[in-house]
Write a protein that binds this ligand. Structure first.
Ligand SMILES: Cc1ncc(COP(=O)(O)O)c(C=O)c1O
Length: 399
C-alpha cells in the first residue's frame, strides 16, 4: 500500500536531538543558545528583499522549470568568475535554478539512478548531510559510506573503496567545504575523482553550498567545475555542482540555488524536474539574480564569520581539541566524553545546544566517525557565540 523504502528513512538528526534534551532541567536564569542548527542568522541583503517585493506582480505568471535567462546568465557569470571557467559555462544548457540544494540533491539521485542494475551504490561521505542517504534509499540505491577521519584531514578515504564497489557506483556525493567538518578538497583531489568517474562510469554530485564561507579572501575553496576547467574539460562531463544562496547570502528561506555542469545530464534532469513540478517562482528568480550579481554582501558575511571564529577559538583553544576549519561556519571539536553525552550534559548544565556528531554519521567499518565529536554552528550573533564559548569552557573545566 505504500512505498516500503519509506520505512528505511532515518529520523532527522534534530528529532534525535529533541529526544536527547527532553527531560533536562537547565538553569532557568540562563538564556538558551542554539549552536545546533546550520541556519544562517546574519541579515539578508536588503536590496535582495526589495527586489523580491518589487517583483511580486510576477506571481501572476507560471514559472518555467528552466528559469528565466537573466537568472541563468547571472549564475553563469558568477561561476565563470568564481571558478575561473574562462567563460566556458553555457547559461542555456549548463545551468538550472533549483529551490535550494536540498531538494536538488534529493531529486538528482531520483533522476540519475538506473534501477535496472542489480546493485547500485551511491557513495557518500560519513558524516554527511542526511539528504544524501534518503535520496539514495528512495532512488532504489544503497548508500556506501566513506568515513571522514582526522587522520585523513576529514576527507573521505576514496582509496579504501574496492574496485567492486566503484564498478557498481552510479553516483558519488561529495561535500566541500564539508558539513560538519569544514574540510575542503583540493583541486588535485577533485581531478582524481573525475578520473575515477571516467574509469568506472559514474556521475559526481558536488555539494558546494558552503563554498563562499571561507577565511582567506585570496584563497577560496576550489570547486568541481574549476577542476574540470583546469583539465580542459569544458563539457564538464559527469560533473554537476550544487550551489545555494542560503549560506552565501543569508537567504535560507528564499529557497534558491542552482545546479550546473554536464549539459547531457542537465537536459534529463530538466525533464525530470518538469514532471516533479519544482519550478522556482519568478519573483524568487528575479531576487536571486540580484543576489548572484553582488559580492559585497558576501564579503561582509565572511568578515562576520571570521570575527566569530577568532573570538570563539581564542576561548576554546586549550579547553577543547578544536581547530579552525578550512571553511564553512561549523566547528567540529573532539569531545573529552562521547559526543552525545557531552551535548546532553552541556545543555543540562549550561543551556547551550550542540549537535552530537554521531547523529550526522552512520556506523561504517565498525565505527561511527562522529561519535567523539559535536557540531557547533557559529550562526548566532558574535556576543551570543562568545557567551556560548564561555559556558562551554566552564562546562569542560567542571567535567
Ligand atoms: C551540506 C549541505 N548541503 C545542502 C544543504 C541544503 O541547503 P539549501 O537547501 O538551503 O540550499 C545544507 C543545509 O544545511 C547542507 O548543510
Amino acid at each position: 500500500m505504500m512505498n516500503p523504502d519509506l520505512h528505511l528513512l532515518h529520523p532527522y538528526p534534530f528529532e534525535k536531538l529533541a529526544a536527547l534534551k527532553a527531560g533536562a532541567n537547565p538553569p532557568a536564569h540562563l538564556t538558551n543558545i542554539m549552536l545546533s542548527i546550520g541556519e544562517p542568522k546574519h541579515q539578508p541583503p536588503q536590496f535582495v528583499l526589495d527586489t523580491l517585493i518589487n517583483s511580486l506582480d510576477k506571481l501572476s505568471n507560471y514559472p518555467t522549470t528552466k528559469g528565466i535567462p537573466e537568472l541563468r546568465k547571472a549564475i553563469a557569470d558568477w561561476l565563470n568568475n568564481r571558478f575561473k571557467l574562462n567563460g566556458k559555462i553555457n547559461f542555456d544548457q549548463q545551468v538550472l535554478p533549483v529551490n535550494g540544494t536540498r531538494e536538488a540533491l534529493f531529486a538528482f539521485a531520483q533522476a540519475m539512478v538506473d534501477r535496472s542494475k542489480p546493485h547500485s551504490w551511491i557513495v557518500s561521505p560519513n558524516p554527511f548531510y542526511q539528504i544524501y542517504e534518503g535520496a539514495a534509499i528512495l532512488a532504489g540505491a544503497q548508500p556506501y559510506f566513506l568515513n571522514c577521519l582526522e587522520s585523513n584531514q576529514f576527507i573521505p578515504d576514496f582509496d579504501s573503496v574496492p574496485a567492486s564497489i566503484w564498478q557498481n557506483t552510479q553516483l558519488l556525493f561529495i561535500c566541500s567545504p564539508g558539513n560538519p567538518t569544514g574540510a575542503v578538497m583540493s583541486s588535485e583531489r577533485l581531478k582524481q575523482l573525475i578520473k575515477l568517474a571516467d574509469q568506472f562510469d559514474f556521475v559526481i554530485a558536488s555539494d558546494e553550498c558552503y563554498s563562499e564561507l571561507y577565511f582567506d579572501e585570496k584563497n577560496p575553496p576550489a570547486g568541481l567545475l574549476q577542476a574540470c576547467a583546469e583539465l580542459g574539460r569544458h563539457d564538464f562531463a559527469r560533473c554537476v555542482v550544487f550551489h545555494s544562496l542560503s549560506k552565501r547570502s543569508n537567504l535560507p528561506g528564499l529557497r534558491s540555488g542552482f545546479v550546473a555542469g554536464d549539459a547531457k545530464i542537465l537536459e534529463k534532469f530538466l525533464l525530470y524536474r518538469t514532471y516533479h513540478g519544482c519550478a522556482m517562482s519568478v519573483p524568487t528568480q528575479v531576487a536571486s539574480t540580484a543576489a548572484w550579481e553582488d559580492e559585497q554582501h558576501v564579503i561582509a558575511n565572511r568578515q562576520a564569520y571570521r570575527e566569530k571564529f577568532d573570538a570563539v577559538l581564542s576561548i576554546l583553544s586549550g579547553v577543547l581539541d578544536v581547530k579552525k576549519p578550512d571553511a564553512s561556519f561549523y566547528l567540529w571539536p573532539k569531545t573529552p566524553i562521547k559526543g552525545e553525552l557531552f551535548a546532553q550534559q552541556l545543555f543540562a548544565q549550561q543551556k547551550v545546544t550542540v549537535l552530537p556528531g554521531s547523529y550526522l554519521a552512520r556506523e561504517s567499518n565498525g565505527i561511527n566517525p562522529g561519535e567523539d565529536y559535536v557540531r557547533m554552528a557559529l550562526v548566532a550573533p558574535l556576543a551570543e557565540c562568545i557567551e556560548a564559548a564561555e559556558r562551554i569552557k566552564l562546562f569542560v573545566k567542571n567535567l
